[in-house]
Design a protein around this ligand. Sequence first.
Ligand SMILES: *[C@@H]1O[C@H](CO)[C@@H](O)[C@H](O)[C@H]1NC(C)=O
Ligand SMILES: *[C@@H]1O[C@H](CO)[C@@H](O)[C@H](O)[C@H]1NC(C)=O
Length: 419
Amino acid sequence: NVLKLLLERYFHIYYRIILDYEKGGQQRTKSIDLLDLTPECDVNEVLSEIRRVEPLITASRAEQVKILIQRLQDKLSKPDNRKFYLFKALQAHILPLTNVAFNKSGSSFITGSYDRTCKIWDTASGEELQTLEGHRNVVYAIAFNNPYGDKIATGSFDKTCRLWSTETGKCFHTFRGHTAEIVCLAFNPQSTLVATGSMDTTAKLWDVESGEEVYTLVVSISIFLPTVQSICFTLSVDYSPPFVPPLPSIFYSPTAVVHTLIGHRGEISSVNFNWDSSLIVTASMDKTCKVWDADGGQCLATLIGHDDEVLDVCFNYTGQLIATASADGTSRVFNAQTHECVCKLEGHEGEISKVCFNPQGTCVLTASADKTARVWSVSSGSCLQVLEGHTDEIFSCAFNYEGDTIITGSKDNTCRIWR
Ligand SMILES: *[C@@H]1O[C@H](CO)[C@@H](O)[C@H](O)[C@H]1NC(C)=O
Ligand SMILES: *[C@@H]1O[C@H](CO)[C@@H](O)[C@H](O)[C@H]1NC(C)=O
């Protein structure tokens, strides 16, 4: 049987080796997580540990796995003191940008805009490769079907989601059925499904090939929007027919969600799962974040310290750290286990709307209304760099898979590439 081995360093937040194989004519996927891997680990010990639990890794395939592990160790050991310089400023759209996303290699990226289009860009030349036109309202949520990158999904305030060819810009399907704005979407790792989340409080799953709707999850009206986003993500990652909702138990009953996640005294602005979906972190307008046990739904801790609304929150890729972004102009990094504040990132002169870790976990990137994005050291909490040049608020920012390129998208209608 065919066994394809892929190394996924941090695609969808996992450090893992993916095993793609066929059994009884069916395509299957298994994965091996390597969360504890460090450059110092003995590769042969790691390999024999993997082989002990995974019969698919036969002697003939062991060498291939060893190479994957070594590649990951190489990446982990590279010193990271890079500086980012403005590489290109692109007059990307005629109206503000909503979101930006890289393809897996980082050699191209997409931008969504209030101007109703999504554009595909070549990172190295800054050249516009395609304009995806057809939506009748703001293009809000955008995604490549990474790791493949040959398709793009766009979700719009026009209530539809469209699926496009990256190469030709042709629209394969328009997914219709939502009755309100689409605000988030995700492909499953096999790229056979797209999940969309809408203000109509449903999440829907669509078949990429046929263009048919395959599942609708109706979410209670009282569920907050970012939860739809997390559901979208979880659905798209774990869906396999026949359908069993693969969601943490708190999502089975919408009312349970309301009761379970009650605790914040303000609207929730952002929700994030850790890598194995065992923990959830929520950010709230009540100036706090809360960490929840995803299975039982108990609140494990309240992260305090911000003086104003918390607007974004995320785990680092292995789930040990949590970074927050606040309207008070600071970000904080918390230990996800002890819930202590590890460092406070101070310097922005306006609210911070977006925060993310670099895939290596050494830096935090923040995007602010002060027209700058900043890169911070996780270990010292000091600001390593101020990315200046945008002439209006920055709404979105992203690192590529290698962590050596940043894109920022702004209300000034431009996006900037930093490398
Ligand atoms: C990323 O985009 C570039 C340019 O379109 C393309 O050549 C490359 O194959 C893509 N890579 C992935 C992994 O999608
Ligand atoms: C996440 O944070 C922990 C604790 O600082 C660190 O050991 C780990 O390397 C980080 N992982 C990633 C991928 O960011």
